[in-house]
Design a protein around this ligand. Structure first.
Ligand code: TUI
Length: 312
């Protein structure tokens, strides 16, 4: 499974673990990197010193490359951007905005930069300002999402840029990975399936909620506020969508979700918390280690790709 993405990042398999807010901490990131993928620590809205500590802990668990995801809406984004250089992190990915203002500083430090994009326009801009690859994330993904599906976004981004494209959103097995390759991607990023791995530190209730999820169990809140977020349906999404339908204002809606991700991930409150997960949650039924998951993905993808070549 060698592609431009695996060579670019110096990893065995072009499988990246999404830098999920509150979920992607150093145990998970190090386990994914140890297993031959690329683990990411999700900086989310955490202070820069928390990120520094996480990077140092990850380095104790693995000598392989791993990265940090910066959530660009974070009030600490500027500081985290600097800590990444100070701590000699090899790869940075970004989400929920444009990382243009940090690009020169990161490239000068020799860091590989992989912005997550949800549109062709941003992919083009990222290529122009020096990105090494982009993650094209479709709206099947969990968390903060764009408009286009993975099936439509990935080939359009592939056609628009020369740099390698990594597909994300709706991928959780070898079929999804093989499909992403057929669309022209040279790697994949997955979140939801990694949440239920043994090394992931989220509350048991969060993992159980994903395992129990059916195909149509996710909801998108925040379309009216301009910040659409996909999460598994519960009391919170129900109330939120009702309020949105009634034309509630931003402040009232915000109160419903404030601290909700932390409550779900840390306290296991999957009833009123925000259980962010992708649409593929309905297919995630098995819990295993990161190594077993990555080996399964590589085996499944290999069999599908071999079948294709043999048929030709
Ligand atoms: O960033 C994500 N997913 C996230 S971030 C997050 S933290 C959060 N928590 C509560 C509420 C809101 C966020 C949870 N999940 N994925 C990458 C991603 N980036 N998806 C979509 C985008 C995106 C959207 C618009 C990137 C850029 C953009 O426009 C930027 C521009 O300037 O054009």
């Amino acid at each position: 499974m060698k592609t431009k993405v695996s060579s670019l990042l110096g990893i065995e398999y072009p499988i990246i673990q999404g830098g999920m807010a509150w979920v992607a901490e150093y145990h998970l990131a190090a386990a994914v990197s140890e297993a031959g993928g690329l683990g990411l620590i999700g900086a989310a809205s955490a202070p820069a010193e928390w990120v520094r500590e996480q990077v140092r802990e990850a380095k104790k668990l693995t000598n392989k490359p791993f990265g940090v995801n910066i959530m660009l809406m974070s009030p600490y984004a500027d500081d985290v951007a600097k800590v990444i250089i100070e701590e000699d992190v090899k790869v940075v990915s970004t989400g929920a905005g444009s990382p243009e203002k940090y690009m020169k500083m990161w490239k000068d430090a020799g860091i590989k930069v992989i912005p997550v994009v949800a549109s062709v326009a941003l992919a083009r801009r990222m290529e122009r300002c020096g990105a090494d690859a982009v993650v094209a994330e479709g709206c099947e993904a969990g968390g903060h999402i764009g408009e286009s599906t993975t099936m439509t976004l990935v080939p359009q981004v592939v056609d628009a840029v020369q740099i390698p494209v990594i597909a994300a959103g709706g991928i959780a097995d070898g079929r999804g990975i093989a499909a992403a390759f057929m669309l022209g991607a040279e790697g994949v990023q997955m979140g939801t399936h990694f949440v239920v791995t043994d090394e992931c530190q989220v509350h048991e209730n969060y993992k159980e909620r994903i395992i129990k999820a059916k195909d149509i169990d996710s909801r998108v809140t925040g379309r009216t506020t301009g910040h659409p977020v996909r999460a598994l349906r519960n009391e919170m999404t129900k109330q939120y969508l009702e309020l949105e339908n009634q034309g509630a204002d931003f402040k009232e809606l915000e109160e419903l979700t404030l601290g909700g991700l932390r409550r779900a991930v840390v306290d296991g409150d999957v009833r009123t918390g925000s259980v962010m997960a992708g649409q593929i949650a309905g297919m995630v039924k098995e819990r295993m280690s990161c190594r077993d998951l990555i080996e399964k993905l590589v085996r499944e993808t290999g069999e599908l790709m071999k079948g294709r070549v043999a048929d030709e």
